[in-house]
Design a protein around this ligand. Structure first.
Ligand code: CA
Length: 416
């Protein structure tokens, strides 16, 4: 293997190689075999971890760093958005963007932002709630149907809900907005709604929820009669989808696809393997990337690599691994605060092909992960100097990446 390392990194990179080649018991330095570029770097994270918990396998955290070699640049398309949350790319390349307060707008490539599109149901925008993720019907070009997630205000509190409607021909209204699914029970809180939505290859919707954060609701992530802390799979009419793992189980909600999640704000399907990946906010030091399979239990709150934000350990017993509970493919300690998730399928920047991009909130960067054989083999930080909380990332029509931030910026990242 030929390795090119800048002189200033040579000393630390040599240490990475030494650790990788020595077959030592160290779990923080993964093997570099499989890293796709001819350059390797120390892990991007060098800060102190919150715990001394040991990963379940080498390469589960702090893998080797990678760096994009194709020259790329970023521009700010607009700063005029207000707490944008989700992006869908229209067939003509314009962007349909949700704003947390309940507003939907279209942004043109030149940065012009439309008036608010009318016709959406009211949202509860307190805390982490509001108008959240959005996706287009696979047949949008002919039926103009749009599907979105929101915090629905009702008597006694709120819940994550899914609605659909038709974008009018003049782009000014959503027609016949209909709420098709509610992730119950309702709870009087303002945290952990999940909120992403995508179509799977069978034409059904995958929707992510959260466990509403409080100690009283948290155990519902493990409760198959609750829709909290789940990946949900439903038809375009909000019904449990054919083939769901608990369809014939009277002790479970038939719409559940996977469970034991905390607060899932990223979901994406690998463009070549078809694997389903999600990112979720863990507690302090426990943010996770998971490979999601039907019917499986992803462990929260029984196992976690994080602590309560107060610093207290979590769980009784305090464990990070348990038979029957899935391990994250990757975790971050300190946290990334992973929000929107996408796989790059473009040709513009060749080394990005099939990389996973994750919008980081408190970490204020976009993470790029190189995945090989269902494992993470490289990590890079993009736009780390911008100081922005990145809420969602999508690939545009021309192989560029668009990213929105809580401060209302829309970035375009493209080949130079
Ligand atoms: Ca987990």
């Amino acid at each position: 293997m030929r390795i090119q390392i800048p002189a200033f990194l040579l000393a630390s990179a040599t240490l990475v190689l030494a650790a990788s080649c020595s077959n030592s018991a160290s779990t923080s330095q993964p093997p570099v075999d499989g890293a796709p570029t001819d350059s390797i770097y120390p892990p991007v994270e060098s800060g102190k971890a919150n715990t001394d918990y040991k990963p379940a396998f080498a390469g589960q955290t702090r893998v080797a760093g990678v760096k994009t070699t194709t020259p790329y640049e970023h521009t700010v398309v607009t700063k005029a958005l207000k707490s944008p949350w989700g992006i869908a790319v229209l067939p003509d390349g314009r962007l349909l963007i949700t704003e947390k307060a309940g507003v939907l707008r279209i942004v043109n490539a030149d940065g012009t932002v439309s008036e608010a599109i009318t016709g959406l149901p009211k949202v509860d925008e307190q805390g982490q709630g509001g108008l959240l993720g959005i996706t287009l019907d696979p047949d949008f070009a002919t039926n103009r149907m749009v599907y979105w997630v929101f915090a629905e205000p009702v008597s006694g509190g709120n819940h994550t809900a899914v609605a659909k409607g038709k974008l009018a021909a003049d782009d000014k209204t959503i027609e016949n907005a209909t709420t098709i699914y509610r992730a119950l029970p309702t709870f009087n809180g303002k945290l952990h709604y999940g909120g992403r939505i995508i179509f799977d290859k069978s034409g059904n919707l995958l929707v992510t929820t959260g466990e509403r954060s409080e100690l009283e609701t948290r155990p519902q992530a493990q409760d198959l009669k609750s829709a909290l802390g789940k990946v949900i799979r439903i038809t375009k009419d909000g019904q449990p989808a054919a083939g769901n793992p608990f369809l014939n189980d009277s002790k479970a909600l038939p719409e559940i696809y996977s469970y034991g999640h905390r607060n899932v704000q990223g979901i994406a399907i690998h463009p070549e393997t078809g694997d389903l990946w999600e990112t979720e906010f863990g507690p302090r030091g426990g943010d996770e990337l998971n490979l999601v399979e039907a019917g499986k239990n992803y462990g929260w709150p029984t196992i976690t690599y994080g602590l309560e934000y107060s610093g207290k350990p979590i769980g009784d017993p305090i464990i990070q691994q348990k038979e029957g509970l899935e391990q994250p493919v990757y975790y971050w300690d300190p946290v990334l605060s992973p929000s929107g998730l996408m796989f790059y399928t473009g040709d513009a920047i060749p080394e990005w092909k099939n990389s996973l991009f994750i919008g980081g909130l408190s970490s204020t960067h976009i993470a790029r992960l190189v995945i090989k054989d269902k494992k993470v083999v490289g990590e890079e930080r993009l736009l780390a100097k911008e100081g922005q909380r990145f809420r969602d990332v999508v690939q545009g029509k021309n192989g560029e990446i668009f990213a929105i931030t809580d401060a209302g910026l829309l970035y375009k990242i493209s080949k130079k």
